[in-house]
Write a protein that binds this ligand. Structure first.
Ligand SMILES: Cc1cc2nc3c(=O)[nH]c(=O)nc-3n(C[C@H](O)[C@H](O)[C@H](O)COP(=O)(O)OP(=O)(O)OC[C@H]3O[C@@H](n4cnc5c(N)ncnc54)[C@H](O)[C@@H]3O)c2cc1C
Length: 436
């Protein structure tokens, strides 16, 4: 039976980063097992017919000095810094993102609704404590912004009512403009960059996969096994069964698989843990990648679609992040559809609805040639931060901690986070494992 000091389940960014940082000063042997044929997980890319498609937009937001240094050293010259061009499409008009700061360009009735609501909200005090996303949004942005954007968009994205979501996840993700900025953004085409993603980094070549590949290239030979799904983990014996490899005995275990999946394939767990696992909710994402035989001249990076008549939440253009994502004279599009976790989807019907929506809003034109059409399923897209999540995680992480198991990353840690955080999660995990 193979024996390792540290067994890492999953070769996404958090798993690879754990192995990378563990390797630095430590002499511990480690093994990363990944079920797919390539590393990178959700932040991976696919090459189809000359196009490079990610799994929906995967832009690097580098806010931590170490995160920035690490990514720069991994990608060397293969990185560009891009000023965001993000929009909202509503009632056949475009407004700049974020909606709550920029209603310029929308129908006058929408602008008036949003301004009146923002004005009234500014006169009231904010709800304290653990308020729902619905109460939090109403108090901060007012009724108009909630009715036209916050509620319909977030209902579409998460698949649950805004009343059921907490407001805990909003911190860095939902910008909070001041009233004078709201007024300015109603009267003028305000180009001020709001929020954590006003600019972003992206690999010049190779899509977001380039980062995972660069990280994997720094690991010792034989440290990563692809095409090797973990099937079960006996926590008492500290033995994992890996398809194609057999039993692996470990001293320490790091999980980056979606937490519910890890609980299901490992054990023994008490009933309390199984009950807590059943309280976790998520949304799946279906991403339609399109290779279009026309260069896109709009320069737009992505567009949010709050209206129900469009089945997708967001659509964007990879080749506007990096021209190398599409062959000359063509464009690479992505269209993201969110569905409740595990829900069955009729892809043929959905594909028709998506294409007709793209034609209606003008992103696709009737004469466009579709060169490639490629669906990507992201079974765990978004972790839902409802009021069940935190009490359930308290139980789950309590038991994982007692077993000495690290569960990290966006899905192992069961949180709303981005790629830089997955890299930093891996670093902190490696430091804990090395006793630093
Ligand atoms: C639609 C969408 C858009 C996003 N956009 C951005 C963005 O613009 N910027 C940004 O910074 N972040 C973005 N993110 C978040 C980003 O994808 C994640 O933060 C990051 O990829 C998480 O990495 P991870 O290693 O924690 O998880 P994952 O990448 O999910 O890694 C887990 C790995 O485990 C593997 N695995 C699963 N089951 C098994 C098994 N049984 N055995 C072995 N291996 C298994 C998976 O194949 C996967 O490789 C986005 C996410 C989504 C869904």
């Amino acid at each position: 039976m193979r024996e390792v000091d540290v067994l890492i389940l999953g070769g996404g960014l958090s798993g690879l980063s754990t192995a990378y940082h563990l390797a630095q000063p430590s002499r511990q042997t480690c093994l990363v097992v990944e079920k797919e044929a390539r590393v990178g997980g959700t932040a991976g890319s696919r090459q189809r017919g000359g196009f490079v498609f990610d799994h929906g937009a995967h832009l690097l937001h580098l806010h931590h000095p170490y995160g920035k240094k690490l990514v720069r050293s991994l990608l060397r010259g293969n990185l560009v810094k891009v000023q965001r061009s993000a929009w909202i499409y509503l009632q056949d008009c475009y407004a700049r993102y974020p909606f709550q700061a920029n209603t310029h360009g929308l129908p006058r009735s929408v602008v008036v609704d949003c301004l009146a609501g923002a004005w009234r909200a500014a006169q009231r005090s904010h709800p304290g404590g653990d308020s729902s996303f619905a109460d939090w949004s109403r108090a901060l942005f007012g009724e108009g912004v909630c009715r036209h954007f916050m509620f319909p968009y977030n209902r579409k994205l998460w698949g649950v009512a805004p009343e059921r979501l907490t407001s805990r996840w909003t911190g860095r993700f939902v910008p909070r403009p001041a009233l004078d900025e709201v007024l300015c953004g109603a009267l003028l085409d305000q180009k001020k960059g709001f929020g954590y993603n006003s600019f972003f980094y992206y690999p010049k070549k190779g899509g977001s996969q380039a980062l995972a590949d660069a990280l994997a290239a720094r690991l010792a030979a034989g440290c990563i096994l692809v095409d090797s799904p973990v099937i079960s983990v006996d926590l008492d014996a500290r033995v994992a069964q890996i398809q194609g490899l057999g039993a692996v005995r470990y001293r320490k275990l790091v999980n980056t698989l979606p937490l519910p999946e890890f609980i299901d394939l490992s054990g023994p767990w008490p009933a309390q843990v199984r009950a807590a696992r059943r309280r976790l909710r998520h949304a799946s994402v279906w991403c339609l990648n399109l290779g279009v035989g026309r260069p896109d001249a709009s320069g737009k990076h992505w567009i949010y679609f709050p209206e129900k008549k469009y089945p997708f939440c967001r659509a964007g253009i990879y080749s506007n992040f990096s021209a190398t994502s599409a062959p000359t004279g063509a464009s690479a599009f992505y269209i993201e559809v969110s569905r409740p976790g595990g829900a069955a989807v009729d892809l043929k019907a959905l594909g028709k609805q998506v294409l007709s929506g793209l034609l209606r809003c003008g992103l696709l034109r009737p004469k466009d040639r579709l060169l490639v059409k490629d669906w990507v399923r992201i079974p765990y897209g978004y972790v839902i931060d409802d009021f069940e999540r935190e009490p359930a995680l308290k139980v789950l992480f309590g038991h994982l901690g007692r077993r000495g198991i690290e569960s990290i990353g966006r899905y192992g840690g069961w949180k709303y986070s981005f790629m830089e955080e997955a890299l930093l999660d891996g670093k902190s995990c490696a430091e804990r494992l090395a006793g630093r």
